[in-house]
Structure formats: structure tokens, C-alpha cells
Design a protein around this ligand. Structure first.
Ligand code: PEP
Ligand code: MG
Length: 324
């Protein structure tokens, strides 16, 4: 089986009737930089910058960051690389920037930390813009957005970073900017968000955690944490429809996209770009190549009609077994 999957890796991720799904990769480690990988994906859908930050003993300098980012950007150029600004807090702590809270997932996390420490965000933004000089593939992504004010403030900081570098004589282009849709409040702000940013990236991991009020890392409630929960699936379907209506490019970069059944469900709902860990690519590509697009649509419709997680799992299992 591994050989069959391997043989398919250079083929496009399209259904039997030719519906193309863009497959992108989630990165964070430099080890994931390879020419083989870049030949098999449509770009980097999520570069988690907190990963290299976690491997340092202190905040990496602007130059150090620019070097890391340049490697990513030039490694995948001309394919797009979506770089997310630091998403620390929650379960991701930097040893040199401890955050201690009773409810870390509801506390100081992601964009909230960055906007309270604009000096850290500014260094990161400048490093990304520097790294992108002469290239055209940098996309910026803001995590944990829960209000419009956060974007407006971040946009002002981005403008300032661009201005500073231009004053230094650098030829910086304004990168396309996107937001993670991963806090439920964002689901109700899509129109206003879409007028301010160029793309959305759906974080199904956090969206699941926050919609279901289940800590994604708490073993005691692990059985309740499931992106296939009917409520999450309905939220995703609404999102697929709303973003299509708004005409805003939208990808899904949470774990659901890297699960073959999840990927087919998302494709059936209308999502056309999926980003996942490199190890998930072969199985997702194979799943897409084995179905007709109407199978994926039917799978989504049938599954969305089921009110319980148990039925959803049973149904997905049944259909996936039929498609081998
Ligand atoms: C998500 O929340 O789905 C996501 C992709 O981001 P992270 O897993 O890094 O929180
Ligand atoms: Mg997230």
C-alpha cells in the first residue's frame, strides 16, 4: 500500500471527474524543507512560527528570524507560504516567556499577546517582510482573531513595519493578509473580516475546542473533543457557503483536513484548499483521487443530516470502507 500511495504522490489531488483540490502543507520545522515536498504541494498553508521560537533560549533577533523565514520562502518559491504570527499561550509556552494562568486557552494567547507586546510583533513582521524581499510568495496570517479591533490594530502595525523598512531603503511589497477562523465569534463577523483581509484559514482544532467547550489537551474530556461533532460540521458547512458568497479564498488547516474522511467531507462542503502535516498528504491525496466529486458532496449531505457523533463516525467508516 505504501508503494501505491508513494507512486501517486506526484499526481494532482483531483477527483476522478477532475475536480482539483489544492493540497498545502503545514510546517514549522526546517526539516520539512525539501524539494521533493515542494514538488508535491501547492504551497505552505500554515507555517507555525512558534515552533522555531520554542527551540530558542530567547526571542530570536530580527536577523535570525529573517534567515529562518527566508529559508521557508525561498525553499517553496514561487509557491505561496502562509506565515502565521506567533501563536503562543494556550498550550504553547516559550521557556523564556512563561505565561501562567488558570485558563490558558481562554486567556492570553496568539494575537492578544502580540498586540500587548507590539515590539515583539513588529520585530516579527519586519523579519518576514525582509525575508520576502525580491520574492512574491509571503502571505501573513493572524491567529486567534476574535474581534475586528484586533485586525485594525494589527493592520496599523503592519503599515508601520512596511514604512520603517522602506525608510531603510528596502523594496518591500505589501503581503496578502489573512486571519484564522478559529474562535467562534469570528464566524459571526465574516462580512466585516472579509472587507479587511485577503483570505481566511480555518483552524478546525481550535474551532472544535471553543465550539464544544472542550480543552483539546485534557485527557479527561478527550472523548468529547472531536471535529466530526455535528455542531462543528454544521459550522464548517455554513462557513464554506458564507466564504463562497463573499468570494474570499478560504483554506482549512486544522487536523480535520489531514484525515482522509475529513478531507472528503470538507471537499464535499465546498472547501477547495486543504493544508495538513506532510505525513497526511499521501492518504488524503489517495482518498481524493478515488472518488467522484458528487460522492464527496453526497458524503457531506448525508453526514450533516446525522445528529450524533456516533452516527457520524459509523457513516464515515461505512463510506470510506466502500471506497477502499
Ligand atoms: C487550528 O487551531 O486548527 C490550527 C491549525 O492552529 P493550531 O493547531 O496551531 O492552534
Ligand atoms: Mg489554532
Amino acid at each position: 500500500l505504501a508503494e501505491v500511495l508513494e507512486g501517486e504522490q506526484s499526481l494532482p489531488a483531483e477527483t476522478r471527474d477532475g475536480e482539483r483540490i489544492r493540497l498545502m502543507v503545514n510546517t514549522g520545522l526546517t526539516a520539512e524543507l525539501s524539494s521533493t515536498l515542494s514538488a508535491r504541494v501547492d504551497g505552505v498553508g500554515l507555517y507555525r512560527t512558534e515552533v522555531p521560537f520554542m527551540m530558542h533560549q530567547r526571542f530570536p533577533s530580527e536577523q535570525e528570524q529573517a534567515r529562518l523565514y527566508r529559508d521557508q520562502l525561498s525553499g517553496f518559491a514561487p509557491l505561496p507560504v502562509v506565515m502565521r504570527t506567533l501563536d503562543i499561550g494556550g498550550d504553547k509556552d516559550l521557556p523564556y516567556f512563561p505565561i501562567e494562568e488558570a485558563n490558558p486557552f481562554l486567556g492570553w494567547r496568539g494575537i492578544r499577546v502580540m498586540l500587548d507586546h507590539p515590539e515583539v510583533l513588529m520585530v516579527q513582521l519586519r523579519a518576514m517582510l525582509r525575508a520576502a524581499e525580491g520574492l512574491d510568495n509571503l502571505r501573513l496570517l493572524l491567529p486567534m482573531i476574535s474581534s475586528i479591533e484586533e485586525i485594525d490594530t494589527a493592520l496599523r502595525l503592519l503599515d508601520r513595519a512596511i514604512e520603517e523598512l522602506r525608510e531603510d531603503g528596502l523594496d518591500v511589497k505589501r503581503p496578502r493578509l489573512g486571519v484564522m477562523i478559529e474562535v467562534p465569534s469570528a464566524l459571526y463577523l465574516l462580512d466585516a473580516l472579509a472587507t479587511r483581509v485577503d483570505f481566511f484559514s480555518v483552524g478546525s482544532n481550535d474551532l472544535t475546542q471553543y465550539l464544544l467547550a472542550v480543552d483539546r489537551n485534557n485527557a479527561r474530556v478527550a472523548g468529547l473533543y472531536d471535529a466530526c461533532h455535528p455542531a462543528v460540521l454544521h459550522a464548517l458547512q455554513r462557513l464554506a457557503r458564507d466564504t463562497e458568497r463573499l468570494g474570499i479564498p478560504t483554506s482549512v488547516c486544522g487536523e480535520l483536513a489531514g484525515d482522509p474522511a475529513g478531507a472528503l467531507l470538507l471537499a464535499g462542503m465546498g472547501f477547495r484548499t486543504l493544508s495538513m502535516n506532510a505525513t497526511s498528504l499521501p492518504r488524503v491525496r489517495a482518498a481524493i483521487r478515488r472518488v467522484e466529486s458528487h460522492h464527496a458532496c453526497a458524503l457531506a449531505d448525508e453526514t450533516l443530516a446525522l445528529p450524533t457523533l456516533t452516527e457520524v463516525h459509523a457513516h464515515l467508516f461505512k463510506r470510506m470502507s466502500e471506497w477502499g
